[in-house]
Design a protein around this ligand. Structure first.
Ligand SMILES: [Zn+2]
Ligand SMILES: [Zn+2]
Length: 504
């Protein structure tokens, strides 16, 4: 299929070759397309002479692009029962809804042979890798370099997954990463599981995806080849090859067509669609929780290793999705094997030190939540400052004990004291600091933590030095503080009330 048969509107505006100075790039960016159907974008090529001077689609992007576009760009209204039929993308509906139906009907009339079943699973993995190792990690993210034979291999396999051309797919995916969870993300997860899974393809796009540059892909001969021959390629790789191989090798053409062709295609579709739906919905956020992507082994199992999506959105140019050796990421294993065979190189990995910072931040966030759920002692800034005389006076009315400059009301604890009530009674109205810290008994951390909860005042001039950890209960010597909270609450207090003080 050559350029001469391409329909004029088969190309999205952002897929047109862009010449410097040819026209206003800024205006074009605002109008850059993505309204294209799943399929039609992939036919035809730009005239050969216009490919050389391609410039990035976002070369002159304004600083306020996202807010400006979201505010001013028209979007199609909501899909309702009244406008449903005019809003459907019929080609995608046929591909995504009629294909599984035909597969199920075919399966009803076609016995499944073991060899055909095994071949269908094998072909599922191969065509799935065309998307995950090819479309996704190689072309959309440039996470490694592939030799020409490997590129053609992945380009053929990717065509067998029938998910649009490399260029169309990568353009949408780059917008997904760049504008995650906004309306400029073509499969915005905030629009619901079904929408991000496949709903976005069944209806006309509600607005153009945000601008994303694919000028690097426009220059790639393998991608140009796939664009030119996309329709024959999907027929050959999607249905021809999986029919012919079982036919020639064990005489099961019909089974090959139904199971390794049609039904395998449905599995590849929904497997890879899960990256946009399930991977933004199920699991944990061990690296960052700003957006919806999540890590989960079930998603990984369903998507040939693309389930560590929280990691992937943080470090999209890393050729791995799973960073631990035991996590399920066959796409990573495939790319690594290709490197060992000399077919891939420059496998990119994000610096481990920075990956671990993300993990640490998320762990600290969780610990901070635990910290906030606990009750903590009052610190010297919150307590009344009491003179020695006032302390003596008030200790006659209730059991007050001075330790490390803090006055504690131990009324509820005297009879609970493991060492016996007499040891506490003996120190009422006195300074028990030395006795508490080893003079009589070197109290446990738990005892010190509990003691701090009984603070009712601070002795004027009696606070230990701010760096003396005796004044800080062990549970507060290491704590999680936001950067705005870093001034020490235990620095010696300048607060002074009236010398008399009021004990609560
Ligand atoms: Zn995602
Ligand atoms: Zn990605």
């Amino acid at each position: 299929m050559g350029a001469d048969v391409a329909k004029p509107n088969c190309w999205g505006a952002d897929q047109l070759p862009q010449k410097i100075g040819k026209r206003d790039i800024l205006a074009r960016n605002y109008n850059s397309a993505g309204q294209d159907s799943f399929f039609l974008t992939t036919m035809g090529l730009p005239p050969a002479d216009s490919v050389d001077n391609i410039v990035p689609a976002d070369l002159n992007i304004p600083d306020n692009y996202v807010q400006h576009t979201l505010k001013t760009q028209k979007s199609r209204g909501p899909v309702t029962l009244n406008n449903l039929f005019s809003e459907l993308n019929y080609l995608n509906c046929v591909i995504l809804l009629v294909t599984p139906l035909l597969g199920l009907i075919g399966a009803f009339y076609t016995p499944l042979q073991l060899k055909t079943a095994l071949f269908a699973i094998f072909y599922y993995y191969l065509t799935g890798l065309g998307i995950t190792a090819g479309y996704h990690r190689l072309w959309a993210h440039r996470s490694y370099n592939a030799s020409l034979p490997l590129q053609y291999f992945l380009c053929f396999l990717g065509a067998g997954a029938v998910e649009g051309s490399i260029k169309w797919w990568s353009r949408g995916h780059r917008a997904h990463h760049r504008y995650t969870d906004t309306d400029l993300d073509p499969y915005n997860a905030h629009k619901g599981f079904f929408y991000s899974h496949m709903g976005w393809m069944l209806i006309k796009p509600r607005r153009r995806p945000g601008v994303a540059d694919v000028s690097d892909l426009s220059k790639n001969p393998v991608i140009k080849f796939q664009h030119r021959w996309y329709l024959p390629l999907i027929l050959i790789m999607g249905f021809g090859v999986p029919t012919v191989i079982p036919w020639l090798l064990w005489g099961d053409a019909k089974g090959g067509y139904v199971y390794a062709g049609v039904l395998r295609l449905c599995f590849v579709h929904h497997s890879t669609f899960c990256v946009n739906s399930l991977a933004h919905w199920l699991g944990e956020s061990p690296f960052d929780d700003k957006h919806t992507p999540r890590d989960h082994v079930i998603t990984a199992l369903a998507t040939i290793g693309e389930g560590y999506h929280n990691f992937h959105h943080q470090f999209p140019m890393d050729y791995r999705n799973a960073i631990k050796w035991y996590q399920y990421d066959p796409t990573k294993w495939f790319i690594w094997s290709m490197q060992k065979l000399g077919l891939a190189s420059h496998l990119k990995t994000f610096p481990d030190n920075e990956v671990r910072k993300g993990q640490l931040t998320m762990e600290l966030k969780k610990l901070r939540q635990t910290q906030e759920k606990l009750a903590w002692p009052s610190d010297s800034n919150d307590l009344p400052v009491v003179s020695w005389e006032s302390y003596q006076e008030q200790a006659k009315k209730r059991p007050l004990v001075l330790i490390s400059g803090f006055i504690h009301d131990v009324a509820t604890f005297i009879n609970e004291h493991p060492g016996g009530a007499h040891l506490i009674v003996k120190f009422i109205g006195k300074d028990a600091t030395t006795a508490f810290f080893g003079g009589v008994y070197d109290h446990s951390n738990a005892a010190h933590n509990l003691l701090a909860m009984k603070r009712v005042g601070v002795l004027h001039g009696g606070m230990p030095h701010g760096l003396d950890e005796k004044g800080v209960p062990p549970s507060q010597r290491l704590k999680i503080a936001r950067y705005t909270e870093l001034s020490s609450p235990y620095a010696s207090s300048a607060a002074y009330s009236d010398g008399e003080g009021i004990l609560g």
